[in-house]
Design a protein around this ligand. Structure first.
Ligand code: NDP
Ligand code: GDR
Length: 344
């Protein structure tokens, strides 16, 4: 039975990857931070939290000694480093914490692998945010980077240190440059879930309107469950490498809003400009979307669109779920959660 450590098991991708590896017969060691309240709702929702082959282990990625002891004790075949301060907006307010978790955290694991067993296969959760102010359209593995946030800069460090340890110490260090991927398990601060949850609440009469920042930003949005399959395939490849996972379609936040309202049969009409722009629900005539400059970022990533043809060729991986299907799936789940009186 293969053993894998997943850091960040309480997050969106951690939950889906846990489900996938358990299905594949792995023994999974999922690491979570000590918090004052339990945060296992995603694994609960997937029905895997109490699986016999899942061991939930307390661990903080900023603690190098603890990371080394964990890897020494578990003796894993594979490590998936998904833990991060992953919210771009927060990284402008907490740049140092972000650097320590999101940047140096990867180094702590790589150093441990180097000392304990260089044969352990390592996956680093890299991101399209590293492309930032994009230097080419679409973006692929060899597109130059220009990160636009402390988060993007921290991830770039983790990306390059993974490649450096691959080249220096012959470690199987693979970096997956993943474009935005969403699901009903997405955190509510991210724009997709913020929108789909608000649409559900407006539909149920629990909320009047939703406030957003830059609705003209463009993203390449896919479905998280498919992306964790890509992570696993990367660690089964013959050689460590760098791969982009994306859908090769870009849409504005504005379109994401329209598609989410369409999922409950509502059309949005936009009126006004800049911070005065509003989205009106043509069915009720109510203003359901407003602009709030508090959600603007100090520096924005305007346009992301990924080319995942290398992943298709080498790994046989391809994104399948459309943005329309994704918005419908998320709105449906949020309707269900809100009807049942809970909303994570
Ligand atoms: P989430 O924010 O949902 O999950 C992040 C996880 O990291 C949580 O389990 C969180 O724990 C954990 N974590 C945060 N700080 C620490 C720490 N100091 N020690 C240990 N664990 C910590 O992210 P996603 O699941 O969406 O993303 C997974 C990874 O992929 C992240 O690294 C993210 O940056 C990256 N990524 C995500 C993309 C996306 O579109 N989702 C795209 C590209 C990359 P807690 O629950 O306690 O906060
Ligand atoms: P992103 O995701 O920054 O791409 O990072 P997010 O959903 O936060 O933002 C996407 C775009 O929407 C714009 N936006 C808003 N964003 C949020 N969160 N809230 C708002 O109210 C709002 N209004 C407009 C943003 O400005 C941005 O342009 C995600 C994270 O998962 C990262 O960890 C990951 O690396 C990248 O995706 C790929």
């Amino acid at each position: 039975m293969k053993k894998a450590i997943i850091t960040g098991v309480t997050g969106q991708d951690g939950a889906y990857l846990t489900e996938l590896l358990l299905e594949k017969g792995y023994e999974v060691y999922g690491t979570y931070r000590r918090t004052s309240s339990v945060n296992f709702w995603r694994m609960d929702k997937l029905g895997v939290a109490s699986h016999d082959n899942l061991h939930l282990v307390e661990h903080d990625l900023t603690d190098a000694g603890s990371t080394e002891r964990l890897i020494d004790r578990v003796e894993p075949d594979e490590i998936y480093n998904l833990a991060a301060q992953s919210f771009v907006g927060v990284s402008f307010d907490q740049p140092s914490t972000t650097a320590q978790i999101t940047g140096l955290g990867a180094l702590h694991i790589l150093e441990s692998i180097r000392h304990i067993n260089p044969k352990i296969r390592f996956y680093q959760a890299s991101t399209s945010e590293m492309f930032g102010k994009v230097q080419a359209i679409p973006q692929k593995e060899d597109t130059p980077f220009h990160p636009r946030s402390p988060y993007g800069v921290a991830k770039l460090y983790a990306h390059w240190i993974t490649i450096n340890y691959r080249e220096s110490f012959d470690i199987f260090g693979t970096s997956g440059i993943l474009f935005n991927h969403e699901s009903p398990l997405r955190g509510q601060e991210f724009v997709s879930r913020k929108v789909t949850n608000a649409v559900a609440q407006i539909e149920l009469g629990k909320l009047d309107s939703l406030s957003l920042g830059n609705i003209d930003a463009k993203r390449d949005w896919g479905f998280a469950k498919e992306y964790v399959e890509g992570m696993w395939r990367m660690l089964q490849a013959d050689e460590p490498d760098t791969f982009v996972l994306a859908t090769n379609r870009t849409e504005t936040v504005r379109s994401l809003v329209e598609l989410s309202f369409q999922a409950v049969g509502r059309e949005i009409e936009w009126k006004g400009e800049g911070v005065d722009e509003v989205g009106i629900d043509t069915k009720s005539g109510n203003t359901v979307v407003r602009i709030d400059p508090r959600f603007y970022r100090a520096a924005e990533v305007d346009l992301l669109i990924g080319d995942a043809s290398k992943a298709k060729e080498v790994l046989g991986w391809e994104a399948k779920t459309t943005l329309e299907e994704l918005c419908s799936m998320m709105v449906e789940s949020d309707l269900e959660m809100n009807k049942n009186g809970y909303s994570f």
